[in-house]
Write a protein that binds this ligand. Structure first.
Ligand SMILES: [Fe+2]
Ligand SMILES: [Fe+2]
Ligand SMILES: [Fe+2]
Length: 402
């Protein structure tokens, strides 16, 4: 167990988290990535400084972070047509972002990303009272929605004429003349449209990505994973403290087992993010009071698959992605979603699985009280008997919790 330094590219991380936000129910797939692309083009056309372009790009990637968590029950349309909900998701997003190790500017861009040039946005800012980054995001955001509408309408190829018309309509209302002109000149490039039409936005972003070399260390990553674990937990009242509880247990267990502090930190990050794939599961399935039918159960189970898919997009996060994504696998190969077994499952995978099972058994749910530790351990001993969990690890775990 050697200390290993961990450096993660911030752009890649934010891009993969934006993917997590966009695969959620009622969301536009790749909305945030396309919005970030358009925002980047506008900022670039305006000739902004490199560091300002980076800020705009990062904030556009996660501009809709406030639509996750407790706001997950509303559709995009509801949030964007109801003035109260518009304001609420901006404020909620700001509260989450405030916990991230990123610049103040980015936080403000997200708070004001629905302010309209003529002063009709949720906070009533007008004209240049609105931070430039927010001005760029709202234009990129609405242009992206327009682009998707066009494509859905069956328009087979891009149409610069209709884009021009759209921009004319919003000029001076949503955005300033200068920004509309910048976007207009971006739309004159064929590449702009071909990039937007690509079904691999991740790759498109990798090619243009500003600030490619900006990275964060493990402590920065931990702050981000903690904030996301809050969003995951906040989605359903059934799980309001689930990830937090698992991270606590994981931290204690890993320390007890003698892992070095960096490994403990990495395991806690995996615990924070183990259910990030739950963004994909509709709330009415997550909270269904009765028995789930087989389709609903398949959808629930897919969350572990998405956890790995999201985290694997980030270089340097490979092992964290494995531990997080394998939390429902069983040593006898009867878990999901990959049916991995003891030949490949690692001790780290089991640690997260242990924490997950124990936390689920002992936490209160709206319809039942949590079990006592002893009762939970008995159930886990039954799972050891069935070959699902590691017996020697359970002896250690028992020492820790009883
Ligand atoms: Fe928004
Ligand atoms: Fe948006
Ligand atoms: Fe899970």
């Amino acid at each position: 167990m050697k200390m290993k330094k961990l450096e993660i590219k911030l752009g890649q991380l934010l891009s993969s988290l934006s993917y997590a936000l966009d695969i959620a129910e009622n969301r536009y797939f790749d909305h945030s990535r396309r919005t970030a692309y358009i925002a980047y083009c506008i900022a670039d056309e305006l000739g902004l400084k490199e560091e300002d372009i980076i800020d705009v790009y990062y904030s556009a990637l996660i501009h809709d972070i406030g639509m996750a968590g407790q706001m997950a029950k509303y559709s995009v349309l509801e949030i964007h047509s109801d003035p109260e909900l518009k304001k609420e998701h901006c404020l909620y997003g700001y509260r989450i972002i405030d916990k991230l190790p990123i610049k103040r500017d980015i936080k403000e861009y997200i708070l004001y990303h629905h302010e309209e040039w003529q002063g009709t946005g949720p906070f009533g800012l007008r004209g240049d009272e609105i931070p430039l980054g927010s001005q760029i995001i709202i234009l990129a955001d609405y242009f992206e929605l327009f682009f998707v509408r066009e494509m859905k309408r069956g328009v087979e190829y891009y149409n610069t004429e209709s884009a021009r018309k759209w921009l004319k309509e919003y000029r001076g209302k949503l955005s300033s003349d200068i920004l509309c002109d910048a976007l207009l000149s971006a739309t004159e490039r064929e590449k702009f449209w071909l990039d937007l039409m690509s079904n691999n936005m991740n790759q498109v972003l990798r090619m243009i990505e500003p600030g490619k070399n900006i990275s964060i260390d493990i402590y920065g990553l931990h702050k981000i994973s903690e904030a996301f674990s809050m969003l995951i937990d906040a989605k359903s009242r059934f799980t309001y403290e689930h990830s937090k509880g698992i991270s606590n247990i994981t931290g204690k267990f890993a320390t007890y087992l003698g892992y070095d502090p960096i490994m403990v930190e990495k395991l806690i990050i995996a615990a924070d993010l183990h259910d990030i794939g739950k963004f994909v599961v509709p709330l009415d399935i997550l909270e269904k009071p009765g028995k789930l039918d087989s389709t609903e159960y398949s959808i629930i189970k897919s969350h572990a698959y998405y956890t790995k898919l999201i985290l694997k997009q980030v270089e340097g996060l490979e092992d964290i992605a494995e531990w997080a994504g394998n939390h429902h696998e069983k040593l006898n190969g009867k878990g999901y979603p990959e049916k991995l077994d003891e030949r490949v499952l690692t001790r780290e995978d089991q640690i997260i699985a242990f924490a997950d099972i124990y936390q689920a058994l002992t936490e209160d749910r709206p319809y039942r009280e949590g079990m006592a530790p002893k009762e939970a351990i008995d159930i886990m001993a039954g799972m050891v008997k069935k070959g699902e969990l590691c017996g020697s690890l359970l002896s250690d775990f028992k020492q820790l919790v009883l």
